[in-house]
Write a protein of this length. Structure first.
Length: 400
């Protein structure tokens, strides 16, 4: 009579106490008076383990997928035992280990072969920045597999994988924000692999990054001073895609419009005078030439606009990348300090200000200078579409 059972490893720490956190799940296979012990590759805490049913408790994240994996592993070893007996083979522990290794080395398609297909199929539609990001992610996965000994396979993208992969990044000194970006690239690849039929394991969809991945800058560094804005506005930028991003960014700074509003702006339906009225209604005119600068930018694209849009269509992701590059060319280099997080540790890092530039900074710039010019709070909220006072009043305080 053969049977399969699962237990948690009982190992003592340096103080002689049994470890109860992140403990390996072991498989015990009893057959023909023998016993085979295998490490399933899964780990859990004692408090998350149902010792009676020998499964992860239902309320624990990933429990359904992990328990399904354990069940499939038990089924595979029982199938091997029955097939061996039918073939007249008297199996031993080495037989089961070799057969399981052959069956479970890959899920059908090699993970890294699929990743290379992903790059080959999709790279024609990527910018050079996206291509480099994907290739870097591929190298991280390769390096992790080589140095940790973890065999990466579609079937093994589980909670244990994520825990070890995140630890790998932390040991390399990467911030939580960088780690999250790499995990999002991995998720993009896994979604593609699932659509192509290479991957059947959807455990990755339930993963939630457990660390704080945000960075924080002082409010005074979240907008451009007027001289910085003018330096960017007047900078000589040769690359077309960069100066187009610069113009869209500055137009947002001068009008308070959101990125989506500028991206789909159609002057056939919104005349220049509409922007004039938008900016000056109820205030008698902003004193810093917002309208004139916005009109100058529109004049560059009025005759060259395509379709029903006045500005080139730039996605917000590309916009945030390009404006940083444009800011570097324009010399927006004043050192600013930001707070970043590595694991649970909060650190302060100094960076050049252009690295903070984004569509959000454009709106902040409009808010700050419009306040300085005397625009009332009610008009500010109406123009920007912001609903919360904090997003606006923190800049009002800096003006006084």
């Amino acid at each position: 009579m053969a049977s399969v059972k699962f237990y948690l490893e009982k190992r003592r720490d340096q103080n002689g106490r049994i470890k109860t956190r992140n403990v390996p799940v072991l498989l015990y296979f009893s057959y023909d008076g023998r016993r085979l012990q295998l490490n399933t590759g899964e780990k859990t805490d004692f408090e998350n383990w149902d010792f009676e049913s020998q499964k992860i408790r239902k309320e624990v994240s990933f429990s359904e997928q992990v328990n399904a994996y354990l069940g499939s592993l038990a089924g595979e070893i029982m199938d091997l035992y029955r097939e061996a007996r039918k073939a007249g083979i008297k199996p031993g522990n080495s037989y089961f280990r070799e057969q399981l290794k052959k069956k479970r080395t890959h899920s059908g398609v090699d993970f890294f072969d699929a990743f290379m297909k992903f790059i080959e199929k999709k790279n024609e539609n990527w910018s050079i920045y996206t291509f480099r990001k994907i290739k870097t992610n591929y190298r991280h996965l390769r390096d992790f597999a080589d140095n940790s000994g973890y065999v990466i396979d579609f079937n093994r993208i589980n909670e244990d994988f994520y825990r070890k992969y995140i630890d790998y990044f932390h040991h390399k000194g990467h911030t939580n924000a960088t780690i999250l970006k790499n995990l999002n690239v991995l998720k993009w690849f896994l979604n593609w692999s699932t659509q192509k039929g290479y991957n059947k394991n959807t455990c990755y969809r339930e993963f939630r990054f457990p660390w704080d991945s945000s960075y924080k800058a002082e409010p005074a560094d979240q907008y451009l001073e007027w001289d910085e804005l003018m330096s960017l506005y007047r900078a000589e930028i040769e690359e077309k895609y960069l100066y187009e991003a610069r113009d869209v960014f500055c137009f947002m700074c001068f009008t308070g419009l959101k990125h989506t509003q500028v991206r789909f702006l159609n002057m056939n339906h919104n005349s220049p005078n509409d922007i004039n009225l938008l900016q000056f209604q109820g205030n008698g005119g902003l004193s810093l030439g917002f309208y004139q600068h916005a009109q100058e930018i529109l004049g560059r694209y009025g005759e060259n606009s395509t379709g029903h849009r006045n500005f080139p269509s730039i996605s917000i992701v590309d916009m945030n990348k390009r404006i940083k590059a444009a800011g570097r060319v324009a010399g927006i280099n004043r050192p600013v300090k930001i707070q970043i997080v590595k694991g649970h540790e909060k650190l302060v890092k100094e960076i050049p200000k252009y690295q903070l530039l984004s569509t959000k900074v454009a709106r902040n710039t409009f808010i700050f200078h419009a306040f300085r010019a005397g625009l009332p709070l009610q008009s500010m909220m109406r123009l920007t579409g912001l609903k919360t006072l904090y997003s606006i009043t923190k800049f009002n305080a800096l003006c006084h």
